[in-house]
Design a protein around this ligand. Structure first.
Ligand code: NAD
Length: 426
């Protein structure tokens, strides 16, 4: 596939991600009978910043990079969302992701609005020194609209602890004060939280345990299939194994593996670290990602990419519950098919909110300079996830809607209530 075709495909996916978010926002707004003025306010981002900045390259030349920071709506509190570095980053993509962050933070009742940022660059072609100069200059460029009380960035695709440390250092140097609450996902030595790395997988696991209880089934012995064995998929696999569920299939970009008696996920992690893939893990049969998604199981966990469950394979999904740990893994058409087939889908904005919840904990700890132990983080994460799940289930039952519509209703209602309470400053 050519670069242009790849970009077009990505763009189509982005549009569908934005369209999907807008579609469910409209559905929730209709059901909530949201007034026109609030619909208009919440449908689009409040602030979009485009920055173009020069960076000194290692060979002495100067290159210009384009970056973005989009804030959806800071109605409930400061905006929150990651920063991605990718050659295909567009303003439209960043907008869609910022809007989704608003609904994600609202569904778990965090005092945040949504934001997202990005720099169009290819980290694979940049040295560490160049990445540092890009990060510091981008931080300086967007500094007028970020801050612990305004907008708190975090890692996303191709950024991590290292970039967050540079970001904090740059702004702290500008202001003359050490400002750890400026970003989350930092190294622990600079105010990062316990439990952040595994938070999305752990939050998803808490939801799975509670969903199983609600459905009157036991997670112990339940058959789990996980697509993706990165940060999220591998921690979900580990927690499932610790909870005595049977992880029968796992995959990554290179392919999948299957064992009906269960896979040892701790050993698999070591194997994957050594070989770079889960493929050919001893004692398993090989299968494709397509076959993996159609396996008979109790819990199917897409934890890799968007648009994996589509109109083509939704009829063949053979799971009782789909837990969306990836962002946007189910297309709109597939969502309808699964709903008609009575397959429960726990939507991404709820299922994968564990990461941003622990980011919230990090921000809270940074503001008081008092840090919690791992047990406290875990307990509070469970409380937030389980409370949010029950709220969504209550709305789904009361309104007779699927869980995705219910999650959007919870989120939109919370943001709209805050906007009404604040009133219109016009
Ligand atoms: P990651 O890069 O650590 O891992 C991604 C995994 O998916 C890898 O195992 C990769 O091999 C696999 N993969 C890539 N392409 C694939 C394909 N075509 N078929 C099958 N597998 C494929 O990423 P991550 O942080 O684990 O994120 C996974 C998903 O979860 C993404 O959709 C991300 O947006 C979402 N998410 C992540 C977090 C977080 O805290 N990391 C939070 C919320 C949502």
């Amino acid at each position: 596939m050519s670069e242009r075709e790849r970009q077009n495909l990505r763009r189509q996916n982005e549009i569908s991600m934005l369209e999907m978010a807008q579609y469910f926002f409209d559905l929730a707004a209709d059901r909530l009978k949201l007034e026109e003025s609030l619909r208009a306010l919440l449908r689009y981002p409040k602030r979009k910043l485009i920055v173009v900045f020069p960076v000194l390259m290692d060979d002495g030349s100067v290159e210009h990079f384009e970056g973005y920071r989009v804030q959806h709506h800071p109605v409930l509190g400061p905006c929150k969302g990651g920063i991605r570095y990718h050659p295909d980053v567009t303003l439209e993509e960043v907008e869609a992701l910022a809007i989704l962050m608003t609904w994600k933070t609202a569904v778990v009742a965090l005092p945040f609005g949504g934001a997202k940022g990005g720099v169009r660059c290819n980290p694979q072609e940049l040295s560490v020194a160049e990445l540092e100069r890009i990060t510091r200059r981008y931080a300086a460029e967007i500094s007028p609209i970020v801050g612990p009380d305004i907008d708190i960035p975090a890692p996303d695709v191709n950024t991590g602890e290292r970039e967050m440390a540079w970001f904090v250092d740059t702004i702290s140097m500008h202001t003359g004060t050490f400002m750890p609450g400026l970003v989350t996902g930092k190294p622990k030595i600079l105010g990062g939280s316990e439990g952040r790395e595994t938070a999305t997988g752990r939050g998803g696991y808490f939801i799975a345990v509670e969903m199983a209880k609600q459905m009157g089934i036991k997670l112990e012995g339940a058959r789990v299939v996980i697509q993706g064995f990165g940060n999220v998929g591998s921690s979900m696999a580990r927690f499932c194994q610790e909870g005595n569920a049977k992880v029968i299939a796992v995959s990554d970009v290179k392919g999948g593996i299957f064992n009906p008696d269960g896979i040892d996920c701790a050993q698999l992690k070591q194997y994957e670290r050594k070989t770079g893939s889960v493929v050919k893990f001893p004692g398993t049969q090989s299968l494709t990602n397509k076959e993996l998604l159609e396996l008979e199981c109790d819990l199917l966990v897409p934890a890799a990419l968007e648009n994996q469950i589509t109109a083509e394979n939704a009829e063949k999904i053979n799971a009782k519950v789909v837990l969306e740990l990836a962002n946007g893994p189910t297309t709109l058409e597939a969502d309808r098919i699964l709903h008609n087939r009575k397959i429960l889908v726990v939507p991404d904005i709820l299922a994968n909110a564990g990461g941003v919840t622990v980011s919230y904990f990090e921000w809270v700890q940074d503001r008081s300079f008092y840090f919690w132990d791992a047990k406290k983080v875990e307990k509070r994460l469970r409380d937030f996830m389980v409370r949010a799940l029950h709220k969504v289930l209550n709305v789904a039952q009361g309104e007779r809607v699927d869980m995705r519509t219910a999650a959007y209703m919870v989120a939109v209602d919370r943001v709209a209530s805050a906007a009404r309470a604040r009133g219109l400053y016009a």
